[in-house]
Unconditional design. Sequence first.
Length: 553
Amino acid sequence: MILPPHDRYDDLYRNFSWRVPEDFNIGRAVSDDWAVRAPERVCLEHFSPDGHHRAMTYRALADQSSAFANALVSLEINRGDRVALLLPQSFETVIAHVAIYKTGAIALPLALLFGVEALEYRLKAAGVTAVVTNGFGLERIRQIRDRLPMLKHVVSIDGASADAAAFSDLVNGHSPVFDVARTGPDDPALMIFTSGTTGPPKGALHGHRVLPGHIPGMQFAHEGFPRAGDKVWTPSDWAWAGGLLNALLPSLLLGVPVVSSPAQKFDADMAYRIMAEMKVRNAFIPPTALRLMRAVSDPRSKYDLVLRTIGSAGEALGRETYEWARRALGITVNEFYGQTECNFVLSSSAAYGVTKAGAIGRAVPGHRVAIVGEAGDELPVGEPGQIAVASPDPVMFLGYWNDAAATEKKFVKGRLLTGDIGRQDDEGYVTFEGRDDDVITSSGYRIGPAEIEDCLIGHPAVQLAAAVGKPDALRTEIVKAYIVLSPGYHPSEALAADIREWVKTRLSMHEYPREVEFIEALPLTTTGKVIRRLLREKAAAEGELFSSGRRAT
């Protein structure tokens, strides 16, 4: 699972072969194995705004996770039971994750930003037996606990209460020696619900193999990772596949310390401060966050950054953000691609010569990726189609929880269909165009929103942008842009006209937004993806004006 040294991508890709151990447990691999080899090696650091940063060693992680694993067994948490983690980035989150894997139970990470209805849906659908949370999450659990008959135990990292046991009491009250469950690559370890950008969330179940499956992508995107001095941080919630599998767990497996930081609304200056103070060398920063970081002028003169690599995924990075990072940070961002069901399968890597503005990258060694049509057959170079991944693949999910029909529908002719639209050029680079549902049909053209949004954020007044199709009697749909303005700019018809002209002259007459609406904020999932479905619904409601004979001009 370790990328061999090669100077050329083609050689690296051609010569790679998978070697996933038959006896593999994520919990043991990211804690106990390192505790034997290097017990005092630091594995976790926590940034505190007051400067009182903390650190944890592999020995401490191994001991405390084993103690909590014993506690889970004492609570009659059995192999295959689902244990939810409703927590921010913290040492306790990692300890709980590792303990769950050690017992053979299934971890279900959930974002603290979820409202009570979203939590109830996921906890009920997964049949969760226990929840590990903090005081904030506990208040939400209390509102729905009587509607969760399978939920037997709640553990709080903020102390005991009438309806929750104290995490620290359970750890301190049990032995730090635990007999780790014997698990193989296909034994269930982790369930992550899809983000729900295009429909009801589904629980994607992964085996223990998912972690070794992520190592080639991690080493490719972070250019020979790990190297001496490497240290990882991401602003992404560890409840998301991106934060958990593109940063936290692979780093722990490879012996690289991971920085955690308090949960908060993303703040660009704070992000730079965290990376400077904690000496972060490798960051995973989603495109939306990178665009917000553009608001800080000349960051290298303000902050003592030691960044070596930046990886980005979750939405299309785009040419504008790619070029900004090169100018402002002196780093070529390595964009990569995946989804909850099958992650980290395409990537860029400047060190391996795989980088192109506006493109995701090429297939990560070990993964077979193609652009296919509706029937699942590979399309000619340059034609848009679904991004598909050949099965089997270590990062591929075991299936949707209790939904065999949806699982079967995900596969055609031995390939997993991602539902994302892309194009592949004659060099093998894939360009992301948007979700299948996001594609705009206007005057006979099929238009992906990613290129329009990339062009829009190149305008100095635009901080964030989303493009959707609005129903139109004449053109089927028109392109409508929702814009969040940069600081110092104010909505006006003159500015909207300037933005429309900006796109018209840089892309084409059929792609420019015929309507521009300024909004305070874009609707985002907890993973930072734009929920275009909500914007499409908003635009569709406006489109009902067809009955009055009005249409866009």
